[in-house]
Design a protein around this ligand. Sequence first.
Ligand code: 4AD
Ligand code: MG
Length: 467
Amino acid sequence: LRRSRVNDLLTSTDLNRDVLVKGWVRTRRGNKYVQFIALNDGSCLATLQVVADLSKFSEESLKDITTGASVAVRGQLVASQGKGQAVEVQAEEITVLGTADPETYPLQKRGSDQKGISLEALRDIAHLRPRTNTFGAVLRIRHALAFAIHQYFNEHGFYYVHTPIITGSDAEGAGQMFRVTTLPPEHPPRTADGSVDFAEDFFGKQTNLTVSGQLEGELAAMALGQVYTFGPTFRAENSNTARHLAEFWMVEPEMAFYDLPDNMDLAEDFLQSLVRYALQHCAADLQFLHDTYDKELLGRLQFVVDNQFQRLTYTEAVEILKTAKQKFEFPVDWGTDLQSEHERYLVEKHFKKPVILTNYPKDIKAFYMKLDDDGRTVRAMDVLFPGIGEIIGGSQREEDLGKLEARMAEMHVPADELWWYLDTRRFGTVPHSGFGLGFERLVLFVTGMGNIRDVIPFPRYPKKAEF
Ligand code: 4AD
Ligand code: MG
């Protein structure tokens, strides 16, 4: 008898057959005639009702079937008499695979639903929180979005390239990097006073964890036409916000022969496709998050799918912000970066839809962006989403060797270290564009969770990385 997954059993119409199912107990309740076990195996939000008739099972044999225990159940899949489920399993044989002591298992309350234990408290037990309804839902949605990203690109003729994690370059020129060091060979790697003695560098070369795969992605696009990366990136910014992580996943498409409008079209279609995919494939999980946390979630997702994004330049946005009735904490002046209060005003109050801001002042953007004819702005684009702010950052790239070298000199970006990047402008350069989507910001938007720390299995943020 092969093991079935709960998701398949719950939707099965092939009844009155022998099934085997394995999973974790959410709750056990009942009376002295019959016990009901709610079993979850991660395949879906719902639990399977297992009915143990006490004429077949002794109370003693069921005593270890407590919340959190793992069990294997063999029995008949039958139509359920009870409300709330179409089918249930009449148990013939139950084996406890692993017990979970009710005194110490942390997810007791309500069969390990998140109720009764806060999301903050769950971060301290990140190893167990996937067993809650909330994190089960979030992780399944996260998976679906990752899959949809690969599917979208595959269907649109993009190749997935793997860019390095350890790198000698600072792609963004922002200097927010984690240094990679080699530990000294002696073991244990401790000095006399007990502190760890880190060697200076990576086998004699100074390296860091990548902040972006873009520069290497550009090299690949110059050969394969259109590519994307999807990998972990790292930012050593000491920001304790609900939108920043020290380790996050970024999706970075890069396209030869694309200009900025092409880039915007792709970004808009891509985001709408991903949200549509989630609505179609994660309905039960989204409904649960909608009902539990955010009654506007499903409406917001549908709205993004159904409405065109608003496109305007940074300069136009500054004009709107300057004449806004709302008082801002930070003043708005042409040339300064927009704060999240400004972005949110544009998206949530003024346009009431996703916004693509373009043509930012060159001084607040990275060296590789293509200079506009006015010499003051660059062909940058940021996509701003409700409740999130910046979800995508991208640009048309400077393809002209001379102009790129001049920008690098102006911004003190070392040209000798980026000789390989400059080679793409030396040999067969073409106009090209790309962008970076913060994967967790997308998951944050789609799940409606309030904090980015709750949409990645093991969040890394200041002082949080012990496991
Ligand atoms: O705007 P960013 O810094 O752009 C780049 O890194 C470019 N190289 C991308 C490209 O053109 N290929 O980052 C891109 C996106 C942001 O819009 C945001 O969604 C996300 O990455 N992001 C973060 N997400 C979580 N935590 C952080 N600390 C983030 N920093 C950026
Ligand atoms: Mg950005």
